[in-house]
Each structure stands twice: as structure tokens, then as C-alpha cells.
Design a protein around this ligand. Structure first.
Ligand code: AGP
Length: 608
């Protein structure tokens, strides 16, 4: 997944493009480039590595021009290097293209174009777009882009400029996000709003097979069948400092510390204490279906899949409806059994993860009512799911998801409360859950106040190269999430397991060199997990225990213990994950890793 920006206006394009790229760097950061139209030529500059490399390369260079496109890359086809960096040009060097997504039929198109004499210079799928537009060009860039787009199979967000029509930039999307930014006599195209928020809050979200033409005097939107579409202009409610670090060394740490507020935001205006109910505005239309349906399928990838697993425990416990959790990437190709009695929920922070989007489309194709649980407003999954709930965690820039995870669990708890009160749950039980939910933000703050203690524990374990995480019940997925956080930002091998499953294999890994993180609050499984702690201790495993403030048994057995407040059994995941987020963060920093932009990863994966 990559980040693209386009600018057409009255200011010098270069600083606007570079600033936009920096805000999209979390989407991909292995190479970058710009293309600016100036006096009948294209200034094309590209570098390998982060945006800072491109900036250093451009320092002192004159790149005049008020129209340009730019790209930051997460390589899919062709190694991350200067040659394969975007933008790509056609044979004449008068047309440049930047692309986010994957062109699946590029080899066939490339062969056809080579047979027509086109010369290719990169190993990428994207370069075929430049030559295809060139091949179709007869005087109107938008027509050439449209015809080219109709030949492309796969996913794309594309921006194109040409010296032949220097006052025009064309954007087109299918599967990958593309927004249009509208300001006074200047217009933007970008993969997401964070790239243009500094300049405007007025944005248009393009849908699949739609395109936009931005010119100095305005913009046009149409389908790739050349049918004009009148698109709504949305006002973005995020502001710039929400996407700045706010004095923290990393976005990830800032976002971990934002959780008391973001969890409050996920609940704001959605709890009705008097009747012990949850009110979710985005589901009002679908309430009759939520009263009747007979099966719930939760879809997600990565951390969102872990949130879905926790959702299964909470919804089955509180609402007594059967829930299945699916890896979206497996679900979409498994020909799942879905019928009209099934409600399918697509859980995605970015709302752009292609596997989750396509899995939701597959469920819809099979007659399921689909809902979305997303963070990014106006994202594709949010718009296509029909009904759903925003988690209101604000922009999540750190590639490792943290605040979105706790807000996803919070929203799934509200969903369980909504479904439960429609069924057998009493008002008093609903009020008890609401009471406990309202205490969570303060309780998370108490855990964040232990940051220094958790840093010391990280110092004791940052040299280890394997970790095991154990939990029972709804804390088993928390063990998976703790292991994922450590893996993705510190590159240390870690596995999460249901604690009872340990005896069936992983226990063989345990010796005095194996740190074992055990999540063991005093919930229904407490007595059982004390047994698992004893099994680890007997094999000299190094025990890091997440336990309640009044715990003694587990703490006495542990080498290190992190205490968390008491809450309802089903809500412990929101508390227990916070120390695991901090532990992974500090170990990664101590190991000198780039926490916000871990190697080989991207914030949301819009390619298969
Ligand atoms: C989590 O830290 C990772 N960034 C990744 O696993 C992520 O959760 C996954 O790609 C799903 O993203 P989404 O929630 O935006 O769909």
C-alpha cells in the first residue's frame, strides 16, 4: 500500500507535495518521488528510502511549478529502489503516473504495448499505466485515463499529469482510496485526508470506478464511463494537531496514552443508563434485522481479527447469539455458507483493508446484511457496509494499532449490550455493564501511570528473542494481540496461546530463557490459569504476569508483575492489553527499532 498526493493551484507545488507525503508515510516508506510540470517539461525526481531521503536529494534543487504529483511506496512489484519508485513516465517523458494498488493484468498489457513499440524501464506493474494512457492519448487526458482504466484489472488509486495539458491532473480509483480536496482556487488529490488537512477540510470521497479532474479553476467528477457524478463535499472533523506527535517521541506512544480519551469517545452519547441500554446511531435502520437474525459473522485481519475474537466472547456472553469469527482473507475464498439470516460485521480501523472489504462484499453477494465497525470516516468499508458504527479513535498514525483496538473492543461491548437488551438481558445487568464501561477510561489511566515500571521490565527482557503469551477466555485473544505487537515493532518472535493449550506442545519451548507473559485477572478462569503459571514455573520459564491489584497467588510466582484494576470478566481485555502495548513499545525502542514505521509493514493493506 502506498500514499499518493496531487496538487493543482497557485502555490509552488513542491513543498505542498512533500508535506503531504510526510503525512502519508505510514502507508509505505521504502521509496518516494515527485513529478512537477514546469514550462513544457516534467521535473521527475525519485529516491530510495524514506521521504527524508527525497527531501535531502531535492535540497537546493529548483523545482518550480504549481501542478504536481507525488508518491511514497510500499513495494509489491519490483524491488524498492530509485528505478522502481513512482512516478513513472511514458516513452515521451511528457506524462507521469503515480499509483496505489496492484494491476493484476499488467504482464498481458505490457506485452501488448511492447509489441506496439513501447519501451519499459522498470520492474513495476504501475509503469504499464503510463504507457497505456500514452497509447490512448488523442488530446484529452481524462479520456485517455478513462480508456486506460477500463483495461486495468486489480486495485488502483491513480493520479496522472501531462505536459500536453499542464493545467490538469486526473485521478481515478478502483479498490484503493482517493479523495479530492477543495480549497480556494487550489485542488488536491490524495490517498487520505491527512495529506491535505493542512490546506482544506472540504473533501470528496471518490467511489470505485470514479474519477476526478482538477484544474486551476475547479474540478469535475465522473465515472470511468464518462457519466458526470455530483459528489457531496464532506467537512473533515479531524484537525492538524491530531495527526502531530504532541510531544511524544513516537505516534505509537502518543496513541497508547490517548486511550482513556479515545475509549470515552467510543462510548460518548451511546450509553442509556436509565434503561441499561446502548444506543448506536449508525444501527438504528437495522434494528429490526438485529432483533431477528440467527447468526453473526465477524470479519477482520490482524489486530482487527483479534478484536473480533474478543467480540465473540462478549457478544455470546451478553447477547446469547451464535458468533463466528473469520480471517477475512480466508473467508472470501472459502465459499462460506451465508444466508439472509446472517449478519456480517466487517471490522477495520482503516476501512480500506482489501481482504476485509472483499470478504464483506462476498457476504453481501450471498444475501447477508453487512455492518461496518471502522475508524476512518468515509472509508470504503464504512461507505459500502451500509450500516455500522464508527469507533471515533481519531487518526491512528502508528502502524501498530493500539487505541483503535481498545475502541473496537469498546464498541463491540456496546453492540453486545444493544443485542443483549433486545433479548434476555435485564436492565440491571445492562446498568452494571454501563457502570463498568464508564470506569474503564480512569482504570486505563491508572495502568498508563505504571509506564516507568513497565519500561524497567522491558529493560530486563529486551535481549530475549522469543516470547510466549498466555491467556484464557476473552484474554486468549489479548495474548495473541500482545504477541503481535511485539512481533510487528521489535521483530522478536512471539506467540500467543490459550493457556490450557500450552501442555499440547508449546510447553516444550519453555526454559530459563523463555519469557512467558500470562494474563491472569481474577476472572472465572483465574484458578485454572494459576495451574498454568505453576507449569511454566516448574520449567524455569521467566514469568511476567498481568494480575489484579489485590492479587497475591499469581504475583508471588512471577518474576515481574503488572497490576491492573478490577472490572467485569468480559471487559478485562481492554485493560489487560495496555501493559502489553507498552511492554512491546519499550522493548522495540530499546532494540533501536523504528516503532512508528516497522520494516515490511504498512498501516492498512489495500493489496492482496
Ligand atoms: C496491527 O497493528 C497491524 N497494523 C495490522 O495487523 C492491522 O490490524 C491489519 O492490517 C488490519 O487493519 P485494519 O484494521 O485497518 O483493517
Amino acid at each position: 500500500m502506498c500514499g499518493i498526493v496531487g496538487y493543482m493551484g497557485r502555490h509552488q507545488a513542491l513543498p505542498i507535495l512533500i508535506d503531504g507525503l510526510k503525512r502519508l508515510e505510514y502507508r509505505g516508506y521504502d521509496s518516494a518521488g515527485i513529478a512537477i510540470v514546469d514550462d513544457g517539461r516534467i521535473i521527475l525526481e525519485k529516491t530510495e528510502g524514506k521521504i527524508s531521503e527525497l527531501e535531502a536529494h531535492l535540497a537546493g534543487m529548483k523545482c518550480p511549478g504549481v501542478a504536481g504529483i507525488a508518491h511514497t511506496r510500499w513495494a509489491t512489484h519490483g524491488e524498492p529502489n530509485k528505478k522502481n519508485a513512482h512516478p513513472h513516465i511514458d516513452c515521451t517523458g511528457t506524462l507521469a503516473v503515480a499509483h496505489n494498488g496492484i494491476i493484476e493484468n499488467y504482464q498481458i498489457l505490457k506485452k501488448r504495448l511492447q509489441d506496439k513499440g513501447h519501451r519499459f524501464i522498470t520492474d513495476t506493474d504501475t509503469e504499464v499505466i503510463a504507457h497505456l494512457v500514452e497509447d490512448h492519448y488523442t488530446g484529452a487526458l481524462e479520456d485517455a485515463v478513462r480508456k486506460a482504466a477500463k483495461q486495468l484489472e486489480g486495485t488502483y488509486g491513480i493520479v496522472v499529469l501531462s505536459t500536453k495539458e499542464p493545467d490538469k491532473i486526473v485521478g481515478v480509483r478502483n479498490g484503493s482510496p482517493l479523495v479530492v480536496g477543495v480549497a480556494d482556487d487550489e485542488y488536491f488529490l490524495a490517498s487520505d485526508v491527512s495529506a491535505i488537512l493542512k490546506h482544506t477540510r472540504q473533501v470528496i470521497y471518490l467511489d470505485d470506478r470514479e474519477m476526478a479532474i482538477i484544474e486551476p479553476t475547479g474540478f469535475k467528477t465522473m465515472t470511468i464511463d464518462a457519466i458526470a457524478v455530483d459528489k457531496a463535499i464532506h467537512e473533515v472533523d479531524w484537525d492538524l494537531d491530531m495527526i502531530e506527535k504532541g510531544g511524544f517521541p513516537h505516534f505509537m506512544l502518543k496513541e497508547i496514552f490517548e486511550q482513556p480519551e479515545t475509549i470515552r469517545n467510543a462510548m460518548r452519547g451511546r450509553l442509556v443508563h436509565a434503561t441499561g441500554e446502548a444506543k448506536l446511531g449508525g444501527l438504528q435502520e437495522v434494528l429490526p434485522t438485529l432483533r431477528e437474525f440467527n447468526r453473526l459473522v465477524l470479519l477482520g485481519c490482524g489486530t482487527s481479527w483479534h478484536a473480533a475474537l474478543i467480540g465473540e466472547y462478549i457478544i455470546e456472553e451478553y447477547a446469547r447469539v451464535p458468533v463466528e469469527v473469520e480471517y477475512a482473507s480466508e473467508f472470501r475464498y472459502r465459499n462460506p455458507i451465508i444466508d439472509r439470516g446472517t449478519v456480517t460485521v466487517a471490522i477495520s480501523q482503516s476501512g480500506e483493508t482489501i481482504d476485509t472489504l472483499e470478504a464483506m462484499r462476498e457476504a453481501k453477494r450471498k444475501g447477508s446484511r453487512t455492518l461496518g465497525v471502522c475508524n476512518v470516516v468515509g472509508s470504503t468499508i464504512a461507505r459500502e457496509s451500509g450500516d455500522g458504527v464508527y469507533i471515533h479513535a481519531g487518526p491512528e498514525i502508528g502502524v501498530a494499532s493500539t487505541k483503535a483496538f481498545t475502541s473496537q473492543i469498546t464498541v463491540l461491548s456496546l453492540f453486545a449490550l444493544l443485542l443483549g437488551r433486545m433479548r434476555g438481558m435485564s436492565a440491571s445487568q445492562g446498568q452494571e455493564i454501563i457502570q463498568a464501561l464508564q470506569e474503564i477510561p480512569g482504570q486505563v489511566q491508572r495502568i498508563l501511570d505504571k509506564n516507568d515500571q513497565i519500561y524497567e521490565i522491558a529493560q530486563a527482557y529486551c535481549h530475549h528473542s522469543n516470547f510466549l503469551y498466555l491467556g484464557r477466555g476473552s484474554n486468549f485473544p489479548v495474548a495473541l494481540e500482545g504477541a503481535l505487537k511485539l512481533k510487528e515493532i521489535s521483530y522478536v518472535h512471539a506467540e500467543g496461546y490459550p493457556a490450557a493449550e500450552m501442555k499440547h506442545g508449546p510447553i516444550a519451548l519453555i526454559d530459563e530463557n523463555m519469557p512467558v507473559v500470562v494474563i491472569c485477572p481474577k476472572d472465572a478462569a483465574y484458578k485454572k490459569i494459576l495451574g498454568n503459571i505453576a507449569e511454566v514455573k516448574a520449567r524455569k520459564g521467566r514469568l511476567i504476569v498481568i494480575a489484579n491489584e489485590d492479587d497475591t497467588d499469581a504475583s508471588d510466582a512471577a518474576d515481574h508483575v503488572i497490576k491492573i484494576p478490577k472490572t467485569l470478566d468480559m471487559l478485562y481485555p481492554v485493560l489487560a492489553v495496555v501493559p502489553l502495548q507498552l511492554l512491546a513499545y519499550h522493548i522495540a525502542v530499546l532494540r533501536g527499532c523504528n516503532v512508528d514505521q516497522p520494516r515490511n509493514l504498512a498501516k492498512s493493506v489495500t493489496v492482496e
